[in-house]
Design a protein around this ligand. Structure first.
Ligand code: ADP
Ligand code: MG
Length: 267
């Protein structure tokens, strides 16, 4: 079992504020891991730092297939096979989705025919045909943007995919669709880190391991029993069991009563 993504003792700060605190994880090739954490626990920061966004004070190590990520620029990390799907995909007016995929594919070293064939196949599979000639993410609904992220992942076939809240802003049918797509993409050459604060996606997706992240670090890891605990008691249950004090209110979406709302919320 070879390790696709290894992060060890990663501490991250911004403007003197510590966001990640000795965060460590290993995701082997072929596996899907879920990181679940309340708002503000540092999930998106983890993705940004691994992908190479600048502006953070970073300590610790991270590697993809054994190659050190922090010594590489953003584009080099992407070429190595790292993909981040964004919590809030950016609208890029004037750049068509098809053009974007062709450029990204070429930069990844794929030949023109292979790119065209993947775009064709995957756009049919994810119902993205109507969006190929439209500007990237522009005027797409929340759900369509997330579907587009999955489509891009299917075309580019990364080695490590960081899926940041791929399920937020979606109605329950779309969550199911996205979860099934992730399951379908499982492959011995891919490791997925699925990051979310809702456990509802875990009804349709069976991660090999679930990690609970609170205040910038993983406080517990396990299997489906953790999803069940979160489903019934929210993060408060995990905090209580582990004796972790609540520093910040999780906000209305994390209260247990709302935790599994099937009502999509606005992005
Ligand atoms: P999550 O994705 O788990 O909701 P984030 O990684 O977005 O959490 O944020 C973690 C914490 O770091 C939050 O308290 C957030 O306000 C803070 N934070 C994130 N980015 C910045 C920034 N650029 N400047 C200051 N604080 C930030
Ligand atoms: Mg986030």
């Amino acid at each position: 079992m070879s390790i696709a993504l290894a992060v060890s003792d990663l501490s991250v700060g911004i403007d003197g504020k510590q966001i990640l605190d000795k965060f460590s994880i290993e995701v082997p090739f072929g596996e899907v891991h879920a990181i679940m954490g309340p708002n503000g626990s540092g999930k998106s920061t983890l993705c940004h730092v691994l992908t190479g966004k600048s502006g953070y004070q970073v300590k610790g190590a991270a590697s993809l297939g054994g190659d050190d990520l922090f010594s590489l620029d953003v584009d080099e990390r992407a070429r190595l096979g790292l993909l981040q799907s964004f919590q809030y995909p950016t609208e890029v007016a004037g750049v068509r989705l098809r053009e974007f995929m062709v450029e990204a594919g070429e930069e990844s070293g794929l030949d023109t025919e292979e790119i065209a064939s993947r775009i064709e196949t995957e756009s049919v599979r994810f119902g993205m045909g109507a969006f190929l000639e439209r500007s990237l993410n522009t005027d797409l609904s929340g759900g369509e943007k997330k579907r587009s992220e999955i489509f891009q992942m299917a075309v580019l076939r990364p080695k490590v995919a960081l899926l940041d809240e791929i399920d937020s802003g979606l109605d329950i049918d779309a969550v199911k669709q996205v979860a099934e797509a992730v399951e379908e993409m499982r492959s011995p050459d891919l490791a997925v880190l699925m990051i979310t604060h809702y456990s509802r996606i875990l009804r349709y997706l069976s991660p090999d391991r679930i990690h609970v992240m609170i205040d910038g670090r993983i406080v517990d890891s396990g299997g489906s029993e953790l999803a069940e605990e979160l489903e019934s008691g929210g993060y408060d249950s995990v905090r209580q069991r582990l004796g972790i004090e609540k520093i910040i209110e999780d906000g209305p979406m994390q209260k247990p009563a709302d935790f599994f709302t099937e009502t999509p919320f606005d992005l």
